[in-house]
Design a protein around this ligand. Structure first.
Ligand code: F2R
Ligand code: MG
Ligand code: MG
Length: 300
């Protein structure tokens, strides 16, 4: 189980770093994508995920004000944040409360970007044995930057997928049935139902049906699909990135689910080796995973 905790967070960071250099490219443009070329720098996806894990560890559970503070403390604009999240972080810096800031963007509608889903992995780990609580906490943690229900729902589905993968759900039908029954929003349910018919589909069809963009409803189900379509970490994450579009984020979300299922040892060593290891790099991310595990299971 500890290897799965590590695999989830490192899998997410590796998927992010692998996809980052080609973020925004089309599938055709990256058809020459080579698995062994890795810059190793992670982006906003991982920087925010680190903040989620740090806050859960410090507070032994969810605390919105503290998590928002961790996001601000870790923020480096050069890691390429989404415009909505950048605006919310500015509002938080100006002293707007974490409950209010996210409701002030996109004309008061809030964001349905995938920025909440891409960072949610630690919540999938921490609340893996209580899906009702996991769903509720995923919504509350998303609200710090993403107040639109579709942004929150995408994050809850992602957290739930990680918990199911951790618990060994890979039987396609079982996992999809669970998520479909749980999902409250039609746009996600409809895409989950499509997965079964798309298992042999070509890339263009998958992009058209499931999406590869930076909105949550055009990326979260794509990551679940990439996990389900293959039987190992490398093929799933390579495929997800090869779809083009929001490659770092779909790579990160696929990597998190795969890491939760297969564990750290299943991630290609050359990918883990290439991941940055500065102040909050690979070693620190492994430490965060171990702390989450220790708090959750009281050992190790
Ligand atoms: N920022 C990036 N990538 C851009 C790369 C910059 C540049 N082109 C370069 O090459 O360097 N990636 C990161 O942002 C994504 C996560 O975004 P997040 O945090 O959800 O931000 P935001 O702005 O809230 O939402 C993303 C977009 O979704 C659309 N959108 C969301 N809510 C909307 C609403 N209510 N109405 C209309 N549109 C809405 C907007 O287009 C948002 O900008 C990840 O890819 C991460 O890696
Ligand atoms: Mg990013
Ligand atoms: Mg991205």
């Amino acid at each position: 189980m500890r290897s799965k905790f590590r695999g989830t967070l490192i899998g997410s960071a590796v998927g992010d770093a692998l996809g980052a250099p080609v973020e925004g490219c089309t599938a055709d443009e990256i058809s020459i994508f080579q698995n062994d070329i890795v810059e190793g720098r992670y982006t906003d996806d991982t920087e925010l995920m680190i903040g989620v894990a740090e806050s859960l560890i410090d507070k032994r559970g969810f605390d919105g004000a503290d998590m928002a503070h961790k996001f601000l403390r870790n923020y480096h604009a050069w890691r390429r944040y989404g415009p909505g999240t950048r605006a919310v972080l500015e509002l938080l810096r100006e002293g707007v409360s974490w409950e209010k800031a996210s409701t002030m963007i996109f004309g008061g509608n809030g964001s349905y970007g995938n920025g909440a889903a891409m960072r949610i992995a630690p919540i999938g780990l921490f609340y893996c044995d209580d899906i009702d609580t996991l769903w509720e906490i995923a919504y509350r943690a998303s609200h710090i930057t993403h107040s639109h229900v579709l942004g929150k729902e995408g994050a809850a589905i992602m957290a739930c997928s990680i918990a199911l993968a951790l618990r060994g759900y890979r039987d396609r039908e079982k996992m999809l049935n669970y998520l479909t029954a749980r999902t409250r929003e039609d746009i996600y349910r409809d895409k989950l139902i499509k997965i079964e018919q798309l298992l042999d589909a070509d890339k263009q069809t998958v992009i058209e049906e499931l999406g590869n963009r930076e909105t949550a409803f055009e990326s979260v189900i794509t990551a679940i699909y990439s996990f389900i379509r293959f039987d190992n970490f490398k093929d799933s994450v390579s495929y997800a990135i090869g779809l083009g579009g929001d490659t770092d984020t779909i790579g990160a979300m696929t990597g998190a689910i795969c890491g939760a299922y297969y564990g750290l040892e299943a991630i290609p060593a050359e990918w883990v080796d290439a991941l940055e290891d500065d102040e909050k790099g690979k070693s620190y991310i492994i430490w965060l995973a171990d702390e989450l595990y220790r708090i959750k299971f009281g050992s190790g």
